[in-house]
Design a protein around this ligand. Structure first.
Ligand SMILES: [Zn+2]
Length: 166
C-alpha cells in the first residue's frame, strides 16, 4: 500500500526539513509560501506573515515530534500538547450545507487558519482510517524522515532507506 491523499500531505509536510541535501524547505517566509502553494494549501495571491511563518514551523516540528514518539512507542505529552495548540489555529468547525453534507472546515476566512484546518482535517481523516498510528519518524541516526510503516506488526522503526538497520 502506498501513501496517498491526506497521509501523504502530512508526510510531505513533516519532511520539509529533511530533503537531500538536508535543507529546510520552510526556512524563510517566501520558501514556506512557495512550498504551501505547490502543495495546494495556499492560494497563489496569499502569503505568510512572520508570526504565521513561525507558527507553521512550530506545527511542522510538533508533528515530527509526535511521529518520533509514535516510532519509539512512548507517550510524549509535551509534543501532543504543542500539536494540539498549533492545530487550534485552524479553528475547525463542523458545517452542514443545504444538501445535508457534513464537513470539517475552518471558521476563519484568512488563508493561514484555512491551511492549518486542511492539515488538521488530514490528520483527523488518517486517524479515522486507522493509518495515523503507522505514520512514524525514522529512528536511524541523522534521519528522522516521516514514513508509513507497512509492516505486518506495525512495529517498524525505519524509513525504506534505512529498513535494513536494526
Ligand atoms: Zn531513515
Amino acid at each position: 500500500m502506498s501513501v496517498t491523499g491526506p497521509l501523504q500531505l502530512i508526510q510531505e509536510f513533516a519532511n520539509t526539513l529533511r530533503g537531500s541535501p538536508a535543507a529546510d524547505q520552510l526556512g524563510t517566509r517566501e520558501e514556506a509560501a512557495a512550498w504551501l502553494r505547490a502543495a495546494g494549501l495556499l492560494p497563489a495571491e496569499a502569503g505568510l506573515s512572520n508570526s504565521e511563518h513561525a507558527a507553521l514551523v512550530r506545527l511542522r516540528d510538533a508533528i515530527s515530534d509526535v511521529l518520533a514518539a509514535q516510532t519509539r512507542g512512548r507517550e510524549d505529552g509535551n509534543a501532543a500538547a504543542r500539536l494540539t495548540k498549533a492545530l487550534a489555529d485552524g479553528r475547525l468547525v463542523l458545517t452542514v450545507d443545504a444538501a445535508n453534507a457534513v464537513q470539517l472546515a475552518s471558521a476563519a476566512r484568512s488563508s493561514y487558519p484555512n491551511l492549518v484546518a486542511d492539515i488538521a482535517v488530514a490528520i483527523a481523516g488518517s486517524a479515522a482510517s486507522g493509518a495515523w498510528p503507522r505514520l512514524k519518524a525514522c529512528s536511524a541516526p541523522q534521519c528522522g524522515r516521516a514514513f508509513y510503516d507497512e509492516s505486518e506488526s506495525a512495529a517498524g522503526r525505519h524509513c525504506p532507506a534505512h529498513a535494513g538497520s536494526s
